[in-house]
Design a protein around this ligand. Structure first.
Ligand SMILES: Cc1cc2nc3c(=O)[nH]c(=O)nc-3n(C[C@H](O)[C@H](O)[C@H](O)COP(=O)(O)O)c2cc1C
Length: 145
């Protein structure tokens, strides 16, 4: 796919996930993707979702660090509008261990009707490298689609 249009929806408490999303968006723009919007998951920019081919959904890992990690804001994902007909990818930022966060996110995003093509956990102290890798993988996945 050329000239892919992407929307980003993010839940962030201390800013890591928001910064990750900005960095992913910048990397995708370098690959000639257009970003239709970057908005908080709890106040999603509906127009940006409607005009996107791919919706990127990011949140952060919340748990007891070792047990029971879960995506923060799964309720916000469930409250998003239908993503039927869209491709989606998930990402989360974490400190120690993302646990099963991505799997839980993928299930929730699939329930919105999206075709979830992948996801990646990004370590909060390696955001530059991990967001670059995430964007490169995404571009690669859609180039072969
Ligand atoms: C209350 C709380 C619980 C957390 N639990 C975990 C955890 O179980 N595992 C982990 O790897 N990181 C955990 N973290 C770290 C966050 O996932 C990490 O700092 C993330 O990048 C925060 O994203 P944000 O800056 O977008 O809010 C926790 C952070 C907070 C504030």
């Amino acid at each position: 796919m050329r000239g892919v249009k992407a929307a980003l929806l993010v839940e962030s408490l201390t800013g890591n996930t928001w910064r990750a999303a900005e960095s992913i968006a910048a990397n995708l723009q370098q690959e000639n993707w257009s970003i239709t919007g970057l908005s908080p998951m709890r106040r999603p920019d509906h127009a940006s979702i409607q005009s996107a081919d791919v919706v990127l959904i990011g949140t952060w890992v919340h748990g007891a660090f070792v047990f029971g990690q879960a995506p923060w804001g799964i309720g916000a994902i469930n409250a998003l509008p239908s993503l039927g007909g869209k491709k989606a990818v998930t990402f989360c930022t974490f400190a120690l261990n993302p646990g099963r966060t991505l799997g839980a996110m993928d299930k929730a995003v699939e329930r919105l009707g999206a075709d979830v093509i992948g996801g990646m956990a990004l370590h909060r102290s390696k955001l530059a490298a991990h967001t670059e890798e995430f964007a490169a993988r995404l571009v690669g996945a859609l180039a072969s689609a």
